[in-house]
Design a protein around this ligand. Structure first.
Ligand SMILES: [Zn+2]
Length: 322
């Protein structure tokens, strides 16, 4: 079953999130053969498409999990865009939101969409249904740099489209979360950090939350091929710590989130192998609570090696240890 609960930041404070992955037909970019270079999520879309009405029962079933929980967020993800009518029709979206609206323990509702699929009427309608909850739409911007998003990610949209989507979402009384990718293909560790910081600075006026996504190596992607040739390494957890600390100090009023998925494995973001668990937990605690103390005083041996790589601006293919 593709739903589960875990600790998270819920509308600013620590709480519980119910994640629900809807088995839609997946991202249209993937369907037309233009997948992002790091993403294999749509590959898990069911071979036999579901009748969309079943999504409503599926959500109903998932909501059972949070019956006796306090301070809950419900995050509904597809392997694409919740606001793509081909994935989830408008009346199905409505029915799903109507299930969530009366639940008093649910304080936050999050869905995701590509920027160009965000339309005012659709967002306004959903926002109305859950009007006493914090409603946020996550948009995969990845980077503020259009050339990089095009060449190194193959995302197929622009910063301008992100700004437009953000304005629509705010107009509809909902909130904006930007997903930024830490370390796309072809970047050195240093460039990855610089790109994330530049992106955060540029998007601040348009967002309520920022989620820093650390590249993990998914099966069948271009990034996986580079990794197999030792031309790409997932980001160091130290790089994430550096960016998160910098961002929270500079913009304390914004929610700065990070879930280091797959941390500590060779495919996931990692350090030396010895400190990974501790550093990943520190990142999670920071994300859940927004308290910087969790990122301070982290001091492990491999930080020196990471620092050297960043200072020298080494490319991944130049690294001796991996
Ligand atoms: Zn270490």
């Amino acid at each position: 079953m593709s739903y589960w609960i875990s600790e998270d930041n819920v509308a600013g404070k620590k709480g519980i999130t119910l994640y629900i992955i809807l088995p839609t037909i997946g991202c249209y970019r993937y369907r037309i053969g233009k997948a992002c270079y790091m993403c294999a999520y749509p590959a898990s879309a069911p071979k036999q498409p579901w009748e969309q009405g079943r999504f409503v029962d599926y959500v109903k079933e998932a909501l059972e999990k949070i019956k006796n929980k306090n301070r809950v967020a419900v995050k509904i993800f597809t392997s694409g865009s919740f606001l793509d009518d081909a994935e989830v029709r408008p009346e199905i979206r409505r029915q799903i939101f109507e299930l969530i609206a009366p639940l008093e323990n649910v304080k936050e509702v999050v869905v995701e969409s590509r920027a160009e699929l965000v339309r005012l009427d659709d967002v306004r309608e959903l926002s109305e249904i859950v009007k006493d909850k914090y409603f946020e739409i996550g948009i995969g911007l990845e980077t503020q740099n259009d050339a990089l998003r095009d060449v190194a990610i193959n995302k197929g949209n622009t910063f301008e489209e992100f700004i437009k989507a953000s304005e629509i979402i705010h107009k509809a009384n909902a909130h904006v979360k930007a997903y930024l990718l830490l370390k796309s293909a072809f970047l050195s560790e240093r460039e990855a950090i610089e790109d994330a910081k530049a992106s955060i600075e540029k998007i601040i006026p348009y967002v309520d939350s920022i989620s820093l996504n650390l590249t993990n190596i998914q099966k069948g992607t271009i990034v996986e091929r580079l990794w197999e040739r030792k031309e790409y390494r997932s980001p160091w957890l130290w790089s994430a710590v550096e960016v998160l600390k910098w961002a929270k100090e500079k913009f304390p009023e914004k929610r700065i989130l990070c879930d280091p998925v797959g941390a500590g494995s060779q495919r996931g973001p990692h350090n030396c192998g010895k400190c990974d668990k501790k550093v990943a937990n520190a990142i999670r605690e920071f994300s859940n609570t927004q308290e910087l103390k969790y990122l301070e005083n982290l001091d492990y041996e491999c930080q020196k090696e990471w620092k050297y790589i960043v200072e020298q601006g080494l490319m991944d293919w130049q690294l001796i240890t991996w």
